[in-house]
Ligand binder design. Structure first.
Ligand SMILES: Nc1ncnc2c1ncn2[C@@H]1O[C@H](COP(=O)(O)OP(=O)(O)OP(=O)(O)O)[C@@H](O)[C@H]1O
Ligand SMILES: [Mg+2]
Length: 336
Protein backbone atom coordinates (compact mmCIF):
# COMPACT_ATOMS: atom_id res chain seq x y z
CA UNK A 1 0.00 0.00 0.00
CA UNK A 2 2.15 2.91 -1.16
CA UNK A 3 1.40 6.57 -0.51
CA UNK A 4 2.45 9.36 -2.84
CA UNK A 5 4.70 12.27 -1.95
CA UNK A 6 1.66 14.45 -1.26
CA UNK A 7 0.29 12.13 1.37
CA UNK A 8 1.63 11.92 4.87
CA UNK A 9 -1.25 10.04 6.43
CA UNK A 10 -4.05 8.08 4.81
CA UNK A 11 -6.89 6.44 6.67
CA UNK A 12 -8.79 3.87 4.62
CA UNK A 13 -12.08 2.55 6.01
CA UNK A 14 -10.90 2.87 9.58
CA UNK A 15 -13.41 1.38 12.01
CA UNK A 16 -13.13 1.16 15.77
CA UNK A 17 -15.71 -0.83 17.72
CA UNK A 18 -15.91 -1.19 21.49
CA UNK A 19 -17.64 -4.12 23.13
CA UNK A 20 -19.74 -2.89 26.02
CA UNK A 21 -22.65 -4.20 28.08
CA UNK A 22 -24.91 -2.00 25.92
CA UNK A 23 -23.74 -3.87 22.81
CA UNK A 24 -21.10 -2.98 20.23
CA UNK A 25 -20.30 0.76 20.15
CA UNK A 26 -19.40 1.77 16.60
CA UNK A 27 -17.22 4.72 17.60
CA UNK A 28 -15.51 5.09 14.22
CA UNK A 29 -17.23 3.66 11.15
CA UNK A 30 -15.31 3.30 7.87
CA UNK A 31 -13.58 6.65 8.06
CA UNK A 32 -11.29 7.56 5.16
CA UNK A 33 -9.27 10.73 4.72
CA UNK A 34 -5.74 11.79 4.06
CA UNK A 35 -3.44 14.54 5.30
CA UNK A 36 -0.69 16.12 3.19
CA UNK A 37 2.72 17.07 4.64
CA UNK A 38 2.45 20.41 6.45
CA UNK A 39 -1.32 20.58 5.98
CA UNK A 40 -3.61 22.09 8.63
CA UNK A 41 -6.74 19.98 8.93
CA UNK A 42 -9.70 20.47 11.28
CA UNK A 43 -11.73 17.50 12.53
CA UNK A 44 -15.01 18.81 13.93
CA UNK A 45 -18.22 17.39 15.31
CA UNK A 46 -20.37 17.18 18.42
CA UNK A 47 -19.27 15.48 21.61
CA UNK A 48 -19.10 11.70 21.30
CA UNK A 49 -18.91 11.52 17.50
CA UNK A 50 -15.58 9.65 17.52
CA UNK A 51 -12.98 12.41 17.10
CA UNK A 52 -10.72 11.38 19.97
CA UNK A 53 -11.05 7.69 19.17
CA UNK A 54 -9.88 8.48 15.61
CA UNK A 55 -6.87 10.41 16.95
CA UNK A 56 -6.07 7.72 19.49
CA UNK A 57 -6.21 5.09 16.75
CA UNK A 58 -3.71 7.09 14.68
CA UNK A 59 -1.45 7.30 17.70
CA UNK A 60 -1.77 3.54 18.21
CA UNK A 61 -3.48 3.97 21.57
CA UNK A 62 -6.80 2.19 20.85
CA UNK A 63 -4.93 -1.05 20.23
CA UNK A 64 -4.09 -1.07 23.93
CA UNK A 65 -7.78 -0.89 24.89
CA UNK A 66 -8.86 -4.48 25.45
CA UNK A 67 -12.53 -4.09 24.43
CA UNK A 68 -11.60 -2.41 21.11
CA UNK A 69 -11.59 -3.93 17.62
CA UNK A 70 -9.85 -1.96 14.88
CA UNK A 71 -10.15 -2.57 11.15
CA UNK A 72 -9.12 -0.73 8.01
CA UNK A 73 -5.74 0.88 7.42
CA UNK A 74 -3.80 3.87 8.77
CA UNK A 75 -0.99 4.42 6.33
CA UNK A 76 1.69 6.72 7.69
CA UNK A 77 4.51 7.19 5.20
CA UNK A 78 4.03 3.70 3.81
CA UNK A 79 3.61 1.87 7.11
CA UNK A 80 0.24 0.64 8.32
CA UNK A 81 -0.18 1.72 11.94
CA UNK A 82 -3.03 -0.78 12.42
CA UNK A 83 -0.85 -3.83 11.82
CA UNK A 84 2.64 -2.51 12.64
CA UNK A 85 4.24 -4.23 15.67
CA UNK A 86 3.90 -2.22 18.88
CA UNK A 87 7.68 -1.75 19.15
CA UNK A 88 7.69 0.13 15.82
CA UNK A 89 4.59 2.15 16.67
CA UNK A 90 6.29 3.19 19.91
CA UNK A 91 9.11 4.56 17.83
CA UNK A 92 6.75 6.67 15.73
CA UNK A 93 4.61 7.82 18.67
CA UNK A 94 6.08 10.90 20.31
CA UNK A 95 8.58 11.35 17.49
CA UNK A 96 6.99 11.42 14.01
CA UNK A 97 3.48 11.71 15.39
CA UNK A 98 2.84 13.63 18.58
CA UNK A 99 -0.29 14.69 20.38
CA UNK A 100 -1.48 17.65 22.38
CA UNK A 101 -4.21 16.61 24.77
CA UNK A 102 -7.23 18.62 25.83
CA UNK A 103 -6.34 19.20 29.42
CA UNK A 104 -2.79 20.36 30.19
CA UNK A 105 -3.45 20.01 33.91
CA UNK A 106 -3.93 16.26 33.82
CA UNK A 107 -1.84 15.44 30.77
CA UNK A 108 1.42 16.79 32.16
CA UNK A 109 2.60 14.42 34.88
CA UNK A 110 2.51 16.62 38.02
CA UNK A 111 5.34 14.82 39.81
CA UNK A 112 7.86 15.44 37.02
CA UNK A 113 9.69 18.72 36.52
CA UNK A 114 9.51 20.51 33.16
CA UNK A 115 13.11 19.40 32.66
CA UNK A 116 12.19 15.72 33.07
CA UNK A 117 9.07 16.09 30.93
CA UNK A 118 10.95 17.76 28.12
CA UNK A 119 14.30 16.01 28.02
CA UNK A 120 13.04 12.43 28.02
CA UNK A 121 11.76 12.44 24.42
CA UNK A 122 14.83 14.30 23.20
CA UNK A 123 17.12 11.72 24.77
CA UNK A 124 15.08 8.65 23.75
CA UNK A 125 14.03 9.67 20.23
CA UNK A 126 16.82 12.00 19.13
CA UNK A 127 19.64 10.47 21.18
CA UNK A 128 20.73 13.79 22.71
CA UNK A 129 22.92 13.86 25.82
CA UNK A 130 21.17 15.19 28.93
CA UNK A 131 23.07 18.49 28.67
CA UNK A 132 22.11 19.00 25.03
CA UNK A 133 18.53 17.97 25.78
CA UNK A 134 18.33 20.69 28.46
CA UNK A 135 19.70 23.30 26.05
CA UNK A 136 17.21 22.28 23.38
CA UNK A 137 14.36 22.27 25.92
CA UNK A 138 15.16 25.84 26.92
CA UNK A 139 15.20 26.90 23.26
CA UNK A 140 11.84 25.23 22.72
CA UNK A 141 10.34 26.91 25.79
CA UNK A 142 11.57 30.26 24.47
CA UNK A 143 10.08 29.46 21.08
CA UNK A 144 6.62 28.92 22.56
CA UNK A 145 6.89 32.15 24.53
CA UNK A 146 7.73 31.06 28.09
CA UNK A 147 9.45 34.07 29.68
CA UNK A 148 12.80 33.44 31.45
CA UNK A 149 12.75 29.85 30.16
CA UNK A 150 16.19 28.90 31.52
CA UNK A 151 15.11 29.78 35.04
CA UNK A 152 11.86 27.82 34.79
CA UNK A 153 13.12 24.47 33.55
CA UNK A 154 13.32 23.03 37.10
CA UNK A 155 9.73 24.08 37.87
CA UNK A 156 6.78 21.70 38.05
CA UNK A 157 3.60 21.90 35.95
CA UNK A 158 1.49 23.35 38.80
CA UNK A 159 3.80 26.39 38.91
CA UNK A 160 2.58 27.44 35.45
CA UNK A 161 -0.75 29.04 34.49
CA UNK A 162 -3.15 27.09 32.22
CA UNK A 163 -2.03 28.96 29.09
CA UNK A 164 1.64 28.47 29.95
CA UNK A 165 1.10 24.77 30.62
CA UNK A 166 -0.49 24.46 27.19
CA UNK A 167 2.58 26.17 25.71
CA UNK A 168 4.78 23.63 27.51
CA UNK A 169 2.62 20.86 25.99
CA UNK A 170 3.17 22.34 22.54
CA UNK A 171 6.91 22.59 23.17
CA UNK A 172 7.03 18.92 24.21
CA UNK A 173 4.88 17.89 21.24
CA UNK A 174 7.17 19.72 18.83
CA UNK A 175 10.43 18.77 20.50
CA UNK A 176 11.24 15.81 18.22
CA UNK A 177 10.23 17.63 15.00
CA UNK A 178 7.10 15.58 14.37
CA UNK A 179 5.71 15.27 10.86
CA UNK A 180 2.21 15.09 12.28
CA UNK A 181 0.77 16.80 15.31
CA UNK A 182 -2.63 15.70 16.61
CA UNK A 183 -4.14 18.46 18.72
CA UNK A 184 -7.23 17.17 20.55
CA UNK A 185 -9.20 20.16 21.85
CA UNK A 186 -5.93 22.03 22.39
CA UNK A 187 -7.50 25.22 23.69
CA UNK A 188 -10.80 24.18 25.26
CA UNK A 189 -9.50 24.68 28.80
CA UNK A 190 -8.21 28.19 28.06
CA UNK A 191 -9.84 31.61 28.00
CA UNK A 192 -10.57 33.24 24.66
CA UNK A 193 -7.54 35.54 24.32
CA UNK A 194 -5.08 32.82 25.33
CA UNK A 195 -6.92 30.47 22.97
CA UNK A 196 -6.26 32.80 20.02
CA UNK A 197 -2.57 33.13 20.97
CA UNK A 198 -2.10 29.37 21.21
CA UNK A 199 -3.81 28.75 17.87
CA UNK A 200 -1.65 31.40 16.20
CA UNK A 201 1.43 29.84 17.75
CA UNK A 202 0.49 26.34 16.55
CA UNK A 203 -0.10 27.62 13.05
CA UNK A 204 3.18 29.53 12.99
CA UNK A 205 5.18 26.58 14.34
CA UNK A 206 3.54 24.16 11.90
CA UNK A 207 4.69 26.43 9.04
CA UNK A 208 8.19 26.76 10.48
CA UNK A 209 8.68 23.04 11.07
CA UNK A 210 6.56 21.86 8.15
CA UNK A 211 4.51 19.75 10.54
CA UNK A 212 1.00 18.77 9.51
CA UNK A 213 -1.58 19.44 12.23
CA UNK A 214 -4.95 17.80 12.77
CA UNK A 215 -6.91 20.06 15.10
CA UNK A 216 -9.76 18.23 16.80
CA UNK A 217 -12.55 20.30 18.26
CA UNK A 218 -16.28 20.69 18.69
CA UNK A 219 -15.77 24.44 18.22
CA UNK A 220 -15.97 25.62 14.60
CA UNK A 221 -14.47 28.97 15.61
CA UNK A 222 -11.21 27.23 16.49
CA UNK A 223 -10.72 25.57 13.10
CA UNK A 224 -12.22 28.33 10.95
CA UNK A 225 -9.29 30.67 11.47
CA UNK A 226 -6.57 28.07 11.47
CA UNK A 227 -7.26 25.13 9.16
CA UNK A 228 -7.09 24.79 5.40
CA UNK A 229 -9.29 21.75 5.17
CA UNK A 230 -12.16 20.55 7.32
CA UNK A 231 -13.52 17.10 8.09
CA UNK A 232 -16.97 17.13 9.66
CA UNK A 233 -17.71 14.01 11.65
CA UNK A 234 -21.11 12.76 12.75
CA UNK A 235 -21.84 9.56 14.68
CA UNK A 236 -18.52 7.94 13.83
CA UNK A 237 -18.58 8.81 10.13
CA UNK A 238 -17.35 11.63 7.94
CA UNK A 239 -20.41 13.68 6.95
CA UNK A 240 -18.61 16.23 4.81
CA UNK A 241 -15.08 17.32 3.95
CA UNK A 242 -13.52 20.04 1.85
CA UNK A 243 -11.47 23.25 1.78
CA UNK A 244 -12.34 25.36 4.86
CA UNK A 245 -13.47 28.47 3.02
CA UNK A 246 -15.74 26.68 0.56
CA UNK A 247 -17.17 24.36 3.22
CA UNK A 248 -18.01 27.10 5.70
CA UNK A 249 -19.22 29.43 2.95
CA UNK A 250 -21.57 26.88 1.45
CA UNK A 251 -21.96 23.58 3.29
CA UNK A 252 -22.95 20.49 1.32
CA UNK A 253 -24.27 18.49 4.26
CA UNK A 254 -27.30 19.41 6.40
CA UNK A 255 -25.36 18.60 9.57
CA UNK A 256 -22.70 21.18 8.69
CA UNK A 257 -25.49 23.71 8.03
CA UNK A 258 -26.82 23.02 11.51
CA UNK A 259 -23.38 23.24 13.11
CA UNK A 260 -22.73 26.61 11.49
CA UNK A 261 -26.12 27.89 12.62
CA UNK A 262 -25.19 27.19 16.20
CA UNK A 263 -22.04 29.34 16.14
CA UNK A 264 -22.39 32.94 17.33
CA UNK A 265 -21.27 35.56 14.79
CA UNK A 266 -20.01 39.01 15.62
CA UNK A 267 -22.00 40.58 12.81
CA UNK A 268 -25.25 39.00 13.97
CA UNK A 269 -26.22 40.92 17.08
CA UNK A 270 -29.60 39.22 17.48
CA UNK A 271 -29.14 36.43 19.97
CA UNK A 272 -32.26 34.63 18.74
CA UNK A 273 -30.68 34.02 15.34
CA UNK A 274 -28.59 31.36 17.03
CA UNK A 275 -30.03 27.89 16.65
CA UNK A 276 -29.07 24.55 17.93
CA UNK A 277 -29.70 21.36 16.00
CA UNK A 278 -32.88 19.76 17.34
CA UNK A 279 -32.54 16.29 18.85
CA UNK A 280 -29.53 14.40 20.06
CA UNK A 281 -26.75 12.47 18.32
CA UNK A 282 -27.64 8.76 18.04
CA UNK A 283 -26.48 6.10 20.45
CA UNK A 284 -23.44 4.58 18.76
CA UNK A 285 -24.40 1.13 20.04
CA UNK A 286 -27.81 1.38 18.32
CA UNK A 287 -27.34 3.31 15.11
CA UNK A 288 -30.36 3.74 12.83
CA UNK A 289 -30.16 1.57 9.69
CA UNK A 290 -29.92 4.46 7.23
CA UNK A 291 -28.28 7.89 7.53
CA UNK A 292 -27.45 8.48 11.19
CA UNK A 293 -28.40 12.16 10.84
CA UNK A 294 -31.86 11.40 9.38
CA UNK A 295 -33.70 11.63 12.75
CA UNK A 296 -32.55 15.28 13.08
CA UNK A 297 -32.54 16.27 9.43
CA UNK A 298 -35.03 18.60 7.78
CA UNK A 299 -34.27 17.15 4.35
CA UNK A 300 -34.70 13.48 5.27
CA UNK A 301 -36.82 11.30 2.98
CA UNK A 302 -37.67 7.60 2.96
CA UNK A 303 -34.35 6.66 1.33
CA UNK A 304 -32.38 8.31 4.16
CA UNK A 305 -34.01 6.05 6.73
CA UNK A 306 -33.12 2.91 4.81
CA UNK A 307 -29.72 3.34 3.28
CA UNK A 308 -26.43 4.71 4.55
CA UNK A 309 -25.27 7.46 2.18
CA UNK A 310 -21.67 7.02 1.04
CA UNK A 311 -19.41 10.03 0.51
CA UNK A 312 -20.17 11.59 -2.87
CA UNK A 313 -17.85 13.93 -4.70
CA UNK A 314 -19.61 17.33 -4.90
CA UNK A 315 -17.00 19.85 -5.98
CA UNK A 316 -13.21 20.31 -6.21
CA UNK A 317 -11.81 18.48 -3.19
CA UNK A 318 -15.24 18.22 -1.60
CA UNK A 319 -17.22 15.21 -0.39
CA UNK A 320 -20.66 14.95 1.15
CA UNK A 321 -22.44 11.92 2.60
CA UNK A 322 -25.95 13.19 1.85
CA UNK A 323 -28.54 11.94 -0.63
CA UNK A 324 -29.89 15.50 -0.81
CA UNK A 325 -26.61 17.27 -1.43
CA UNK A 326 -27.90 18.69 -4.71
CA UNK A 327 -30.58 20.63 -2.85
CA UNK A 328 -27.93 22.18 -0.62
CA UNK A 329 -25.66 22.92 -3.56
CA UNK A 330 -28.64 24.66 -5.18
CA UNK A 331 -29.05 26.79 -2.05
CA UNK A 332 -31.75 25.05 0.03
CA UNK A 333 -31.88 26.68 3.46
CA UNK A 334 -32.56 25.16 6.84
CA UNK A 335 -36.01 26.24 8.03
CA UNK A 336 -35.88 28.62 10.98
N1 LIG B 1 -13.11 2.17 25.82
C1 LIG B 1 -14.34 2.46 25.38
N2 LIG B 1 -15.36 1.61 25.58
C2 LIG B 1 -16.62 1.87 25.14
N3 LIG B 1 -16.93 3.00 24.46
C3 LIG B 1 -15.97 3.90 24.24
C4 LIG B 1 -14.61 3.69 24.69
N4 LIG B 1 -13.86 4.77 24.32
C5 LIG B 1 -14.71 5.60 23.67
N5 LIG B 1 -15.95 5.08 23.62
C6 LIG B 1 -17.14 5.68 22.98
O1 LIG B 1 -16.80 6.06 21.67
C7 LIG B 1 -17.57 7.18 21.28
C8 LIG B 1 -16.67 8.24 20.66
O2 LIG B 1 -15.89 8.82 21.69
P1 LIG B 1 -14.84 9.97 21.45
O3 LIG B 1 -14.10 10.13 22.72
O4 LIG B 1 -14.06 9.70 20.22
O5 LIG B 1 -15.78 11.23 21.18
P2 LIG B 1 -15.34 12.73 20.83
O6 LIG B 1 -15.88 13.03 19.48
O7 LIG B 1 -13.88 12.87 21.04
O8 LIG B 1 -16.15 13.55 21.89
P3 LIG B 1 -15.72 14.85 22.80
O9 LIG B 1 -15.96 16.06 21.92
O10 LIG B 1 -16.68 14.80 23.93
O11 LIG B 1 -14.31 14.68 23.21
C9 LIG B 1 -18.32 7.65 22.52
O12 LIG B 1 -19.64 7.16 22.43
C10 LIG B 1 -17.58 6.97 23.65
O13 LIG B 1 -18.43 6.71 24.73
MG1 LIG C 1 -12.72 13.93 22.39
Amino acid sequence: MGVDANTLLRLTDLSVDFESHEGTVHAVDRVSFSVAPGELVGLVGESGCGKSVTANAILGLTRMVNNATISGAIDFLGRDLVTLPESEVRDIRGKDISMIFQDPVTSLNPVLSIERLMTEGLEVHLGLSHGDAIKRSIELLQLVGIPKAAGRIKDYPHQFSGGMRQRVMIAIALSCNPKLLLADEPTTALDVTIQAQILRLMKQLSREYHAAVVVITHDLGVVAGMCERILVMYAGRIAESGPAKALFGHPHHPYTVGLLRSVPRLNEPRKDSLQTIAGLPPDLAHLPPGCSFAPRCWLATEACWQQVPELFHTDAGRLSACFHRDKLIAGAEMPA
